[in-house]
Ligand binder design. Structure first.
Ligand SMILES: [Zn+2]
Length: 479
């Protein structure tokens, strides 16, 4: 076929939109006739958000004035989904789209939400007609979760055209549609601000080689805020989540609604651009920093540890240092002794209809790890024994499903311990608890708060020696 005319691509226009305008202007009476010229598989519906599979001739025409990479970055939704996924997946997904293969869908972790539709803004349509003589489908109106036009701050309209790779309708240009012209402005300042923030992130080029994970970056942004423990060791996620919820209020229709979703973002198991931008707006992170994520050279934890070591070198005791830094003496003792505990996490994606156990196992694993971290306890939270029952209780799961979750079962098994080992951990917590209550440390007080007998204390001593030798000596001297 020789194509005498092919439309110019407009700024921020979806590739799908260009093909739809090509069809509109071509004069072909029915879709199948144009589909034969555009697609190798005419039975396949055109792809709305990405490139899909195009015939070589048509691709060559499109790429006359633009590179394939520019086409993907400036005229598909690739940057919306790819920005915060790991570098290797980002590169693989780009390669897959470039080669017009289909492997990118899994890599981009496109959420299986309720069906979405192409959206338009009545005011952008008006402006486009003035500037270009016709309207077109914009990318900035298709950012999943964003309901307002980031430019005009009015609500977007549903077109009725489903965005679904397999169910999309044929090529329909905006000028063929019956459009709703009513303009309803959004009065929610925060929703407008978020839409604009997301657009600014979406429209900028992705630094394809940046290796910094968004979870670690956001964690770094908590340094020296009230959302980080004083020793920089762990996030105060509940406080963060409560403030976040209060900040956004109850009127956001999308985004983070559960604490575990936030946990998963910190752990890089959830990479939803809308939710990440919500957190960035809440934490007041400038757009430029999100576009070029860097980790702090010196974390709060490093600085805390250094301070403790310096004070120890000056001859100060654990209690004194704890007092000076506003932490318990055990926190001070821990410096340099333990590895940083793994981040924590909560609930559960167990509602899968298809019961894809491998997937459920994988998705549940971070939640199990988080439940374990919580159950494991520390000087402030009473430790519990880690086993399947305890984890299931914590996550509100049915114990039976663990038979189908080998990775999760394995994770729990890592924490199996004898009763004596568990007692040792409980004693550490008890001593801190007594310290907090200002009680005199004695064997009977330890037995009171832990419900242990004296022989239990004695039996746990060898294990206590392994993890906290100094405390073991203290306990021994009390017996
Ligand atoms: Zn608009």
């Amino acid at each position: 076929m020789s194509i005498a005319y092919f439309p110019e691509i407009y700024p921020d226009e979806l590739l799908y939109s260009v093909l739809a305008r090509f069809y509109l202007h071509s004069g072909y009476p029915i879709y199948t006739m144009i589909a034969e010229h555009l697609f190798p598989n005419t039975w396949k519906k055109p792809c709305i958000e990405f490139v899909g599979n195009l015939k070589q001739e048509i691709l060559e025409i499109i790429l006359r004035d633009i590179t394939m990479e520019e086409l993907i970055n400036k005229h598909t939704m690739f940057p919306y989904y790819a920005r915060f996924i790991p570098k290797a997946d980002r590169l693989k997904a780009l390669e897959s789209i470039k080669n017009m293969q289909s492997g990118y869908m899994d890599l981009l972790k496109i959420p299986n939400r309720e069906p979405r539709q192409l959206h338009y803004c009545p005011l952008c349509i008006k402006e486009d007609r003035q500037h270009y003589g016709e309207a077109y489908w914009h990318r900035i109106h298709q950012m999943a979760g964003v309901d307002v036009c980031p430019i005009h701050k009015c609500y977007l309209k549903d077109s009725g055209i489903a965005i679904d790779t397999f169910k999309s309708s044929a090529l329909i240009s905006i000028e063929e549609m019956e459009l709703c012209t009513e303009v309803i402005y959004c009065n929610n300042e925060l929703e407008n601000q978020l839409a604009e923030y997301i657009m600014q992130i979406f429209l900028e080029d992705i630094n394809m080689n940046n290796e910094v994970s968004v979870g670690k970056f956001l964690h770094g942004k908590l340094n020296f805020t009230k959302y980080m423990a004083k020793n920089g060791g762990c996030r105060k996620i509940q406080l963060l989540y409560n403030d976040f919820k209060e900040f956004f209020g109850d009127n956001m229709r999308y985004g983070i609604t559960e604490l575990w979703q936030m946990q998963c973002i910190f752990m890089d198991t959830r990479v939803n651009l809308y939710e990440i931008c919500q957190m960035a707006v809440f934490l007041k992170i400038p757009v430029e920093e999100m576009l070029n994520m860097k980790l702090p050279e010196r974390t709060q934890q490093m600085i805390f540890d250094e301070t403790v070591r310096e004070l120890r070198a000056k001859g100060l005791g654990y209690n004194k240092i704890g007092e000076m830094l506003g932490v318990s003496s055990l926190t001070v003792r821990k410096v340099g002794k333990y590895e940083q505990r793994k981040p924590k996490n909560y609930k559960i994606p167990c509602g899968s209809k298809r019961r894809d156990w491998e997937k459920i196992d994988k998705e549940t694993l971070p939640l199990v790890k988080s439940a374990i971290a919580e159950l494991y306890g520390d000087e402030e939270r009473r430790p519990r024994k880690i086993n399947r029952n305890a984890v299931c209780d914590k996550l509100g799961l049915n114990k039976c499903i663990f038979r189908c979750l080998p990775q999760c079962t394995k994770e729990i098994a890592k924490y199996s311990e004898t009763q004596e080992q568990y007692w040792a951990r409980e004693i550490i917590w008890a001593i801190c608890e007594l310290e907090r209550e200002g009680k005199v440390l004695s064997a009977s007080q330890i037995m009171r708060v832990t419900n242990m007998r004296k022989d239990n204390l004695i039996a746990s001593l060898p294990h206590l020696k392994e993890i906290e030798p100094e405390l073991a000596e203290v306990v021994e001297s009390l017996l």
